[in-house]
Design a protein around this ligand. Structure first.
Ligand SMILES: Cc1ncc(C[n+]2csc(CCOP(=O)(O)OP(=O)(O)O)c2C)c(N)n1
Length: 577
């Protein structure tokens, strides 16, 4: 290793398991990138927009569990990283951002492109180090890496070009990353929980991403307690597949019997979830126990009767040895029956789909679910893609479902899928994107996918609108406004950019079109699916204010001469409205 700060930086990152750095080079960053080139162990992924690079990195870090680097140059380049870093923080992805910084002689002079990294990154970064002296390098880089990996979130190393190219005295690039400790509640707390479970006639479970490593334990506990299992979007991929007690999701995307199960049980176990919609969680009528390895999650979304700090795997494993099996399964059977009848309702537009034009998104998603491989990785844009993924894409042991589920940024799916494809070359990678989301970020970097011949399938829900907001506005009782726009033929645009383009307008073409897209291995595919902009989805539990909002909005639309839209909304959602 040669002896500059930049050399030490990349060698330490490579030793920590970083395989890729996504970003855009330039001015302040040039000496840093020169070090990456010299090092040769980390692949540089040039993207057309820094934010795209961070979303790609977030998916790679989340799926692989390895840290990933991103970079942007001083000022504007750095600011483009920010939204993605917020996503990394919320989704729990170990990202190390290398931020270009102005020369040390210019710091605090309002120089061109100068940005105070401490202030700027404060909301996103778990640790920000500014390298103003080469002697800090080893310590700052070590802290940035360990914080990102162990606390699962983004950290920032801000580097002025003159420091990056300066000689460094301490060149020890070895890095030790300890495995996380196993966290289990005290015996006294566990005993109290066992008693609460044994005393309860009926128990329900609601799990989140904290169940990632604990699927088998949670499924076994549910089976022994005859407990229905509901989940957040982040919990779905771990808890739904091959689980006879699965009852779906609650919340705005809710389906199945989850809402009823968690409200009607005597005792609710909240496992590894920070589900952010308290209005869909029960109040005082249900006893609640929350278990999470992050103590800050306990009780913050809903008041709980008992809070335990621990890994779900270790804690549930300990419970399995102590709780009494329940014998009466009538509560479970009722929740499963409700789940079943909701599934039948969801099938309406799937079954009728082949005859309905414009294409129903339910039919599109269900057909995709059918055709995709058993280890496919699916990514949903924030928008209606999340609804159709939640309801019509089923998980499996090796399938992965990911999105900006906690930060809820638009435009995440295409870059997420790109990062996942780089991490798992050749594995089926599918982005369900909005037309708003794709034109926000996905379109420019389609060129990056083309250059790299990345076989990413992006399916655009071409509804000519910011449809999720269109639905939100109606829920809020107002007239949809600022949500419509015109689109080009995305398949033609994709072809012009060197990708494969498939346009779907006719429901009869959906199956063959999707199959053709999934079979394409030579590079990216854009499926431009012209879908019904009036397709509506209501949660399995419709809160009063939602129902009222829709009614108000419909009335206002009629008064404002939008009768045509109202009729279409009603006509095209016969089983739902
Ligand atoms: C960066 C960003 N801007 C705005 C929003 C608010 N927002 C959430 S969903 C959405 C609409 C998304 O539209 P589109 O991508 O076309 O998907 P659709 O809902 O139509 O399927 C908007 C504007 C957001 N979440 N993130």
């Amino acid at each position: 290793m040669s002896g500059k700060v930049a050399d030490l930086l990349w060698e330490m990152l490579a030793n920590a398991g970083v395989k890729r750095c996504y970003g855009i080079v330039g001015d302040a960053l040039n000496p840093v990138i020169d070090g990456l080139r010299r090092n040769g162990r980390i692949e540089f992924i040039h993207v057309r927009h820094e934010e795209y690079g961070v979303f790609a990195a977030v998916a790679e870090a989340y799926l692989t569990g390895n840290p990933v680097a991103v970079c942007g140059t001083a000022g504007p380049g750095v600011t483009h990283l920010f939204n993605g870093l917020m996503d990394a923080r919320k989704e729990g992805a170990a990202i190390i951002a290398i931020a270009g910084d102005v020369e040390t002689s210019l710091i605090d002079t309002e120089a061109l492109e100068e940005l105070n990294p401490y202030k700027f990154f404060e909301a996103a970064s778990l640790y920000t180090g500014r390298l103003v002296n080469p002697d800090q390098a080893r310590s700052v880089v070590n802290t940035a890496i360990l914080t990102a990996v162990l606390e699962k979130g983004p950290t920032v190393i801000s580097i002025p070009g003159d420091v990056a190219s300066a000689d460094v005295a301490d060149r020890s690039a070895a890095i030790t990353i300890p495995n996380p400790a196993v966290l289990r509640p005290s015996d006294a707390d566990l005993n109290q929980l066992v008693k609460m479970i044994d005393d309860a006639k009926t128990v329900a479970i609601f799990g989140g991403d904290g169940c990632r490593d604990a699927r088998d334990e949670v499924v076994e506990l549910a089976s022994r307690l005859k407990a229905p299992v509901g989940y957040s979007f982040r919990g779905k991929q771990w808890l739904e597949h091959d689980n006879p007690n699965a009852v779906g999701m609650t919340g705005l995307l809710g389906y199945g019997g989850a809402y009823g199960a968690i409200h009607e049980a005597e005792l609710l176990l909240l496992l590894g979830t920070d589900f952010p919609f308290p209005e869909f969680l029960p109040g005082h009528s249900v006893k609640k126990v929350q278990i999470d390895k992050n103590p800050k999650h306990i009780g913050r979304r809903t008041q709980v009767d008992l809070g335990l700090v621990g890994d779900i795997k270790a804690t549930v494993a300990a419970l399995l040895g102590s709780v009494r099996d329940k014998t009466n399964d009538s509560f479970l059977r009722k929740q499963l029956a409700d789940t079943n009848s909701f599934h039948n309702l969801l099938q309406h537009y799937v079954e009728k789909g082949p005859e309905i034009k414009p294409i129903r998104p339910e039919f599109l998603a269900a057909t995709l679910n059918d055709l995709a491989s058993d280890d496919a990785m699916f990514f949903a844009d924030t928008g209606t893609a999340c609804i159709w993924m939640a309801r019509h894409i089923t998980g499996s042991k090796n399938r992965r479902l990911f999105g900006s589920f906690t930060w809820a940024s638009m435009a995440n799916a295409a870059p997420n899928a790109f990062g996942a494809q780089l991490a798992y070359p050749g594995r089926q990678t599918i982005a369900l994107t909005g037309d708003g989301g794709f034109t926000m970020l996905g379109l420019g970097d389609l060129l990056t996918q083309v250059e790299r011949k990345s076989p990413v399938v992006q399916i655009i829900l071409n509804n000519g609108s910011l449809d999720f907001v269109n639905i939100e506005q109606q829920e809020a009782g107002v007239i949809p406004f600022g949500v419509k726009f015109d689109n080009p033929d995305f398949a033609k645009v994709a072809e012009a950019m060197g990708a494969k383009g498939i346009r779907l307008e006719d429901p009869g073409d959906v199956r063959d079109g999707l199959a053709e897209a999934l079979a394409h291995k030579d590079g990216p595919v854009v499926v431009d699916a012209v879908v019904d902009p009036f397709a509506l989805s209501l949660p399995s539990h419709v809160p009063f204010h939602t129902a009222k909002g829709f009614t108000m909005s419909m009335a206002k639309q009629v008064w404002n001469g939008k009768m045509d839209d109202v009729i279409k909304t009603i006509e095209r959602n016969v089983r739902l409205v």
